[in-house]
Write a protein that binds this ligand. Structure first.
Ligand SMILES: Cc1cc2nc3c(=O)[nH]c(=O)nc-3n(C[C@H](O)[C@H](O)[C@H](O)COP(=O)(O)OP(=O)(O)OC[C@H]3O[C@@H](n4cnc5c(N)ncnc54)[C@H](O)[C@@H]3O)c2cc1C
Length: 536
């Protein structure tokens, strides 16, 4: 297979731009692509500008040494039946995106020396928990009731972000009534009222890495969103995660739009306090009075807009109230032999030193040589039924683990691939440390690894643009999720936001943010019939 196959989107050149785009989208992640595709469906001509060499943001895949890895998609929930999530994916991809189910045991949690798991299916979810904690039936049932209550409230919470400020003010009393108390408390506060079994809390929070904060710091809303999302199991895009963007881009092109790569936006142009277009890194200007940024809150307000406008519109003060989420290390492993031959499962492994996730994170933040508070192993070639057609006789594994940006800060500004021997030595050391987790859990792989490479927060900065290599954009704290300025609308005329920072992380979270941005931008009169068509 040629290396270029995974490189999707059209390489940017000023002379490839059309005249008179209706909207310019900065960033081709799931939020940007969803917004662009839905607007295209309404007849808009949309220009998507992506700084990386391929489209998709965190959904892109890359290839090296005959192997292929995804960088930000290990599993997606809620797509095994015609749910709202599945119908939206089907619509955006014109039914071209296919999904492969993982094993029924889709997540396994190694907590100290104990092993627990998550199983697919509503009934299976409850029974599996009761099997592991037979004395906790009441707590488990109360927990499930809380999840249902939270999930019932999420649509209303999301829709508030679409409203204009005066509409939100008007709707506030009703919104307060409909907001369950649990939503904006910490996960720990809510769960510790249900049970005092630390192992049960650890299992319920075993997927905390999916939104980036341990239970004492995260909002229960973010916890509930993840738990509900995966309740019916995990699924993987057939053909690899790059297929997500690959199957959405034609919808944008059909309406005369395009997704350009190598297209870094240097700044958003403004005049008289309103948006007039964007200036590209090569100095070329694209005029447009509608710019949608999916590049993240800190990039948009902390880099792309004129500082005086950011200050005069109040965003400068507000930026300090939202913290970037954890940065991470990635290890991308290639093996000779197929997943089946090597005994690789369609199950993710979460490896924790103990059941006190918060204490482990605190220790790690204070002492770099402390144990990793979580190490995550994923087996993408086992999950993708098409993998062997593209890379016969091989298999892949990915490791993700947290790593403070500060460890790598001194090399910021250096060039990818040329950061120096001391940087490479640190990467080697971290890579060896993380590979030990693989051999510990899968000793049959000793001697079978052909190649591996390590990514750091600087790599993430390079391919996804996040300044500190943030894994999930902003931290999912109770405070952040209640901020009403994080949504599609801005106080700068002509500027709109989308992507994970405006709602929640996850491919589905970013996709839903694209729906909200389209609703706010095009108005419900136009988007309402489109939604009916999608969800028919
Ligand atoms: C290691 C990892 C594992 C994950 N695993 C999962 C998972 O299993 N399941 C799941 O649902 N979610 C997962 N996620 C989260 C999920 O991938 C993200 O939440 C989601 O894809 C974010 O989409 P987005 O559109 O908001 O942002 P992004 O995908 O980050 O897109 C933003 C885009 O903007 C571009 N950009 C930034 N600045 C500029 C500029 N100046 N000019 C032009 N372009 C610019 C960036 O290059 C990037 O492509 C994972 C994330 C990571 C990092």
């Amino acid at each position: 297979m040629k290396a270029s196959t995974l490189r999707i989107g059209k390489r940017y050149r000023p002379n490839r731009l059309a005249d008179g785009y209706d909207a310019v989208v900065i960033g081709s992640g799931m939020g940007g692509l969803t917004t662009a595709a839905l607007l295209s469906e309404l007849g808009w001509r949309v220009c998507v500008l992506e700084q990386h060499y391929t489209a998709g943001g965190y959904t892109h895949s890359y290839e090296r040494h005959g192997y292929e890895w995804d960088v930000g998609v290990h599993y997606i929930g809620d797509v095994g039946a015609p749910t709202r999530t599945r119908k939206l994916f089907d619509f955006l991809s014109d039914g071209q995106l296919q999904w492969a189910p993982m094993d029924e045991e889709y997540d396994r949690f190694y907590v100290g020396d104990k092993v627990f798991n998550a199983r697919a299916g509503k009934q299976g979810f409850r029974e599996n928990l009761i099997r592991q904690f037979p004395n906790e039936v009441e707590a488990i049932d109360r927990y499930i009731a809380l999840l249902n209550e939270a999930s019932g409230a999420m649509f209303g919470q999301a829709m508030q972000r679409v409203m204009k400020p005066w509409q939100r003010k008007l709707a506030a009393p009703l919104a307060r009534l409909k907001t369950p108390d649990s939503l904006y408390r910490t996960t720990w506060d809510v769960l510790s009222e249900l049970t005092d079994d630390p192992d049960l809390i650890a299992v319920l929070c075993g997927q905390w890495g999916d939104m980036g904060l341990p239970p004492k710091r995260s909002a229960f809303m973010a916890h509930a969103m993840i738990a509900r999302h995966y309740m019916y199991g995990g699924f993987y895009p057939v053909g690899g995660s790059w297929k997500i963007a690959d199957t959405i881009i034609p919808k944008i092109q059909k309406s005369g739009g395009e997704v350009f790569t190598y297209a870094r936006v240097k700044s958003i142009s403004t005049a008289g306090g309103r948006v007039t277009g964007v200036e590209m890194e090569d100095g070329h200007r694209i005029d447009c009075d509608c710019v949608i940024s999916s590049a993240g809150i800190h990039n948009t307000f902390g880099g792309l807009l004129p500082a005086d406008l950011v200050s005069s519109t109040g965003y400068e003060d507000q930026l300090g109230s939202v913290q970037p989420s954890f940065a991470h290390l990635g290890v991308y492993i290639g093996l000779k032999g197929t997943a089946e031959e090597l005994g690789l499962p369609k199950t993710n492994f979460w490896i924790y030193p103990s059941n006190d996730y918060d204490a482990a994170v605190d220790a790690f933040e204070n002492r770099p040589d402390a144990e990793f508070p979580v190490v995550y192993l994923s087996f993408p070639s086992a999950k993708d039924p098409d993998y062997l057609n593209r890379h016969p006789g091989t298999a892949t594994i990915e490791i993700v683990a947290p790593a403070p940006y500060a460890w790598f800060e001194k090399w910021a500004g250096s060039t990818w691939g040329k950061r120096g021997d001391d940087y490479d030595a640190l990467k080697d050391e971290l890579g060896e440390r993380l590979m030990r987790y693989v051999y510990d859990k899968l000793p049959q792989l000793e001697g079978r690894v052909d190649y591996y490479e390590v990514s750091t927060p600087l790599s993430t900065n390079w391919f996804a643009g996040y300044k500190h290599g943030e894994l999930y954009g902003l931290d999912h704290t109770p405070e952040r999720l209640q901020l009403d300025w994080l949504g599609p609308r801005t106080r700068i005329k002509g500027l709109w936001l989308t992507g994970q920072d405006t709602l929640t992380c996850g491919v589905t979270g970013a996709m839903m943010s694209g729906v909200l941005t389209t609703m706010a931008l095009a108005g419900m009169r136009r988007v309402g019939p489109l939604m009916k068509q999608i969800y028919a």
